[in-house]
Design a protein around this ligand. Sequence first.
Ligand code: HEM
Length: 124
Amino acid sequence: TREPRSSDSLYREVGGAPGVERLVERLLDRVHENPRISGLFANSDRADLQRLIEEQFCAEFGGGCTYTGRSMEESHSGLGINHAEFEVFVEDLILAMEDVGLATPTQNRILRIFAPMRDEVVDR
Ligand code: HEM
């Protein structure tokens, strides 16, 4: 668990709560439609995932939310996600950030937050 960010500038760049909601919606649309990783989501509840990822993004972007989900290691360890699948997920995140019109510097700030979580998410 990480300290909440002290500045809310990234949260504002993303458009606050409605911006985070749209971003997560596009991300989940894209991963569910992507045959390279959609199978991994077959047994997950989309509404739960939307709520938990929104909460995590809000917390990470400095929006002041508290993430109440499981750790990245705990929630992904049973899934057997490999490096290639992680990269595909990141590509879908980038496409989702494009979809909602985030500027490149904002996208890069977000990627720098999530890239270090790779080792917690990847199993093999
Ligand atoms: C840094 C990258 C990632 C972040 C920030 C992230 C975030 C999250 C969060 C917040 C949850 C909910 C945790 C909980 O259930 O308590 C979750 C669950 C899940 N994630 Fe990720 N995730 C990442 C990478 C991936 C990748 C690469 C995949 C597959 C390609 C993936 C597939 C899933 C699935 C299927 C679940 C649901 C597990 C379940 O229902 O038990 N995630 N993720």
